[in-house]
Ligand binder design. Sequence first.
Ligand code: F6R
Length: 243
Amino acid sequence: MEIIYARDYEQLSKQAARYVYQFVASRPKVTLGLPTGETPIGFYRELVALHRDNQLQLDGMVTFNLDEYLGLPPQSPQSYHFYMNRHLFEPLGLPLEQTHIPNGLAKDPEAECQRYEEEIRRHGGLDLVILGVGRNGHIGFNEPGTSFDRRTHVVTLAESTRQANARFFPSLEDVPTQAITMGIATILEADEIILLASGSTKAEAVYHLIEGHKVTEQWPVTALKRHDRVTVFLDREAAALLS
Ligand code: F6R
């Protein structure tokens, strides 16, 4: 596991954007797994800025988001469809046909999970997955206790996750209780993984990933110890519990 330390969020965002820019620029075709949430906003902004200055070739770029809330239409400002259009797809000018996000309005969510997995397989799997991490160690919406063998599936969100994400909704009651998430087995099959962690609320999860001795489903992020090409981008606060 490689660890890249940044002094703050701005530097972390720039370092991660440069890394992904070079990854994409060096391959004629690339399939990315993408996160949402607060952490990647600066990273997406920097990636768009790099693209503006030195045009990336976008023809071969295909994206698969990690997750989407169940029950939110794509036009809802809290949906991850809306988030991705706003922070990446529109500013980058990435054609929507090249992007994939689980359908939060699917009548049969289980069938939607199967379809999503097949679509990833049809594209030859993921080359690079970019992850954030929840304060409880979740990756995607794989909450503590989720089997590392699971592929894309329907989850019931942990109460702590709903509370953490309530800041994006009018009230806690508006936060959906379920989501579709890419599973840890799907994530671990990617050729390469990067994880972005910023702020003191992530320090405990980061400690379990980097200095903890156990790979445990109680801290889903520790699954990354089983992958041999992981790069972790940390700012000082997220790294605060490391020796
Ligand atoms: C969202 C996702 C989640 C977030 C995590 C951290 O697509 O995959 O695992 O990365 O909840 O979110 P922030 O960055 O808002 O702290």
